[in-house]
Write a protein that binds this ligand. Structure first.
Ligand SMILES: NCCCC[C@H](N)C(=O)NCC(=O)O
Length: 457
């Protein structure tokens, strides 16, 4: 990617880099692009937890099926994504290119939700499963495309952390809003209408994707300096990823298990431990981390100024461990633990995804994000199964399940400590932001010939 024109640093290789002033028009253009980068996943984040917003006790009888079958609506999303999302990233880097890839994934998300909505209108559960499966074929890969767009548009700029944090904060608003609007629409109208509303949010994302592609064509022309040839990306490239990339993937897994798996099952846990809390308040409680992701841009802005992403990631895993320890062993109101978890999520979301452009060259970004999301989906899917099995076998003894979450969070802290030790030598992801940006430039120079994203679309 040759978007050096947007690089604000004068690269003299020394510590005393100065920041160039970025023209206002240039920034406005980047933030216009960011608005559409945010919007392309709004629909997919909104619809992901539509089954969760109803709950098994409402949706299973609606489809005349059992509450165990209800879980299939999630597993058909996560299980295939152990593999598919990795290939999604790989195809972005090779076959489709970023723009075509984003459009294909966005279409799959919308088609999946339309089929899910038709299934609600006809009350056919097998059709709902097919709809969720098709959504899964595009949903995660679309997030890979979004991260790659964000990295392409903001690479080398001093506000890249902010951009990533805005993207995630915005998407998570979609998740949180769903928990409120879906039951409300179902109450005022009916269940199919609430699911069709999800299809409308996907339509908005689809139109936004088309606008983003047009803007990206313009950006490609604007940023391009010279046509450069690219060495083809091979699947075996992942073997060339450094140890730090694999450790960051492990950190993703260990952080997102106690987040995603807890949020999916947390309502039952809250009600088991605090029976006085109503089902709707328990629903609100578990979605607190998604609400607190909204201010993550503020944290992203601060990280842009101070850098040291790894320290923020470590802090986030500590908060995750503290939150689960409080939920398990204290009788303190669960609001405290859920807010701590939310602050941890906001810090992690604003810091971890930005480390990839420093660790892998642009030509392999899609593959790297695909790898991280594939590991995350595999871990979430497997842990969900394990959690369900433990709860069934132990007659809902949440201590065992919480043991898994606390264990993951503590292991996550250890992984971060190892990363910190490695980074003392490598000085890549725990350094001031100006130094990180310098490293991004270096890694892309080293990996020549460099792919210009504007060519491979
Ligand atoms: N199903 C919701 C989309 C998840 C996308 C991706 N796997 C992810 O985890 N992104 C980061 C995040 O914090 O949502």
């Amino acid at each position: 990617m040759s978007d050096d024109s947007s690089q604000p640093l004068i690269s003299d290789g020394s510590k005393h880099q100065q920041e160039e002033k970025i023209p206002l028009r240039e920034s406005l253009f980047r933030y216009l692009g960011l608005l559409f980068i945010c919007l392309i996943t709004f629909g997919s984040y909104y619809i992901y937890d539509i089954p969760g917003a109803f709950g098994a006790n409402v949706l299973a009888p609606f489809y005349h099926t059992s509450t165990i079958n209800y879980g299939i609506l999630y597993s058909v999303y996560n299980f295939p994504n152990m593999i598919i999302v990795f290939f999604g990233g790989y195809f972005i880097d090779t076959l489709f290119g970023l723009r075509k890839g984003a459009l294909i994934f966005c279409s799959l998300v919308m088609a999946g939700q339309i089929i899910f909505a038709i299934s609600a209108s006809t009350r056919l559960f097998w059709l709902a499963v097919i709809g969720r499966l098709i959504f899964g074929l595009g949903g995660e890969s679309l997030s890979v495309a979004q991260s790659t767009f964000c990295a392409s548009w903001f690479q080398g700029r001093p506000d890249i952390n902010l951009a990533f944090a805005i993207t995630l904060g915005f998407s998570r608003i979609g998740s949180a809003v769903n928990f409120k609007t879906t039951p409300a629409i179902a109450d005022h109208a009916n269940i199919p209408t609430a699911i069709w509303f999800g299809a409308i949010t996907c339509g908005i994302s689809f139109v936004s994707c088309i606008v983003l592609i047009l803007l990206d064509v313009y950006r490609g022309k604007k940023d391009k300096k010279e046509a450069v040839t690219n060495d083809p990306v091979k699947l075996t490239d992942i073997t060339k990823f450094s140890g730090s990339v694999w450790l960051v993937c492990l950190a993703v897994v260990l952080f997102y298990i106690p987040l995603f798996v807890f949020v999916t099952n947390g309502t039952d846990f809250i009600q088991a431990k605090w029976p006085q809390i109503s089902p709707s308040a328990a629903n609100t409680l578990v979605s607190i981390p998604y609400y607190t992701a909204a201010p993550s841009p503020v944290i992203g802005f601060i990280i842009d100024k101070v850098g040291r992403n790894l320290s923020w990631m470590t802090f986030a895993s500590v908060l995750m461990a503290v939150a689960h320890i409080l939920l398990t062993f204290s009788s303190l109101t669960p609001y405290v633990a859920m807010i701590i978890m939310g602050v941890g999520y906001a810090c992690m979301a604003a810091s971890i995804w930005v480390t990839f452009p420093v660790l892998v060259p642009n030509i392999r970004l899609g593959t790297a994000y695909g790898l991280a999301f594939a590991c995350q989906n595999a871990a979430v899917a497997l842990t969900t199964l394990i959690v369900d099995a433990i709860l069934q076998k132990t007659d809902n003894n949440w201590y065992y399940v919480e043991g898994i979450f606390i264990g993951c969070a503590l292991l996550g802290i250890m992984v971060h400590v190892i990363l910190v030790l490695i980074d003392i030598k490598e000085k890549r992801i725990n350094v001031p932001s100006a130094d990180m940006k310098q490293k991004v430039k270096e890694i892309n120079k080293e990996s020549k010939p460099i792919l210009d994203t504007s060519i491979n679309q």
